[in-house]
Design a protein around this ligand. Structure first.
Ligand SMILES: [Zn+2]
Length: 397
């Protein structure tokens, strides 16, 4: 145990240094993260890690996937430690200190991304030299992605490459803030904007126009009908609250005045499937309803009418595995046998989709994520370092 504490004492200052460096890179989703990736890549290159990058079409954002083999040459497999590099925006004037300059107060590090989730990335980078200097039995892979906060739109590019390169890993730990507890599942989160385009006209002659707001209302009614059906489809032994798939309308924008036929309307809605099939069920019924009923009706009155579905994001659910190697591993390492579910979305479902046993577990609390004065505590970072050192011990000789 003494050695483990020694290692933590040794790497902790380095962890804080790296975390402050990472916070300085203003990697708000949708903006460049190249400097941050370059910083990580340089550190890993020095250790002999084997890396590849994949890019956003704009070439302004990159994923980094680095493999540390330790002292010996290894033949594939291994464990992925995964973190996203992007952060949500911060309103500078509301923060006690500059959100992009790490500030240390009361054994906490404040800064945008400190908890969600540059703290985890800092722990993995600080320990990378240690991993690289040991005799590992399986490789440790570090996966740093972009655009997680915008409905996980980034990661699929990297995962596609992972599949292409046939890098088959047995376990993935997604280090989102969970206070170092093992999270075994979350619902999916699909977000849509459906746009209706009709024909404007005078309110006194409704038949001479196509009212986009009224067609949007029909669409919403159909969704409301489905809500009841989704309750009836509640899976047995569902582990979620509420236990069934939910949907809701968040926003409607349309029309300009009471006496003008509205030619445009947009409905923002979301769906949180407990099982993949529910997502498909709703999508199929709504797409068919638009194609077979609403659109023909609108086009009969005005051929240029249209309905467009905009997919804002479809974060696939992270499903509970029957016997999860990843969840068991974390429970063993942390000595905490609680297996929870969470209400926020992560990249976990995407790794799971590749057949990799996945768990969400990382330092900090989701209570601090996305907030003004976001922070991660020293204690949480140390718990994370401890878990990662124990993980290394389990896969080395
Ligand atoms: Zn996050």
């Amino acid at each position: 145990m003494a050695t483990q504490n020694n290692i933590i004492d040794q790497v902790f200052p380095e962890t804080l240094k790296i975390l402050s460096d990472l916070i300085k890179f203003q990697t708000v989703s949708g903006t460049s993260n190249l400097k941050l990736i370059e910083y990580c890549e340089k550190k890993l290159d020095k250790l002999g890690a084997i890396s590849f990058k994949t890019f956003h079409d704009s070439k302004q954002q990159a994923h980094l996937f680095s493999t540390i083999n330790g002292k010996k040459k290894l033949n594939g497999g291994g464990i992925i430690l995964s973190g996203h590099t992007d952060v949500v925006p911060a309103s500078v004037k509301n923060w006690t200190s500059n959100p992009y300059v790490a500030s240390e107060r009361d054994n906490k590090i404040y800064g945008r991304g400190s908890c969600d989730m540059k703290g985890f990335i800092a722990c993995t980078l600080a320990l990378a030299p240690y991993f690289a200097s040991e005799n590992l039995k399986k490789p440790i892979h570090l996966s740093y992605t972009y655009d997680e906060e915008t409905a996980c739109q980034g990661a699929p590019v990297m995962l596609k490459e992972l599949k292409k390169r046939k890098i088959d890993c047995s376990v993935c730990i997604v280090g989102e803030p969970t206070n170092m507890k093992a999270i075994q599942a979350h619902k999916g989160c699909y977000e849509y904007s459906t746009h209706f385009y009709g024909l404007a006209g005078h309110g006194s002659a409704p038949d001479k126009g196509v009212n986009a707001v009224e067609y949007a209302a029909k669409f919403i009614n159909k969704l409301m009908e489905l809500r009841k059906k989704l309750k009836d489809r509640e899976p047995k032994n569902s582990i979620f609250t509420p236990p069934y798939t939910t949907l809701q309308i968040g926003k409607i924008r349309g029309g300009i005045a009471r006496n003008v036929i509205a030619d445009q309307c947009t409905v923002d809605w979301e769906l949180r499937p407990v099982v993949f099939e529910d997502g498909e069920f709703v999508k199929k019924i709504m797409d068919d309803y638009v194609e077979d009923v609403l659109l023909p009706e609108m086009k009969r009155a005005y051929p240029k009418s249209n309905i467009k579905k905009e997919i804002v994001g479809e974060i696939i659910g992270f499903n509970k595995e029957e016997k999860s190697e990843a969840v068991n591993l974390i429970c063993n390492l942390t000595g905490d046998n609680s297996r929870d579910v969470v209400s926020f979305g992560t990249e976990a479902g995407l790794f799971q989709e590749l057949g990799i046993s996945t768990v969400v577990c990382g330092p900090g609390s989701i209570e601090q994520a996305h907030k003004t004065d976001e922070y991660v505590s020293f204690d949480e970072l140390k718990l994370c370092l401890k878990m990662l050192i124990d993980l290394k011990n389990q896969i080395s000789n």
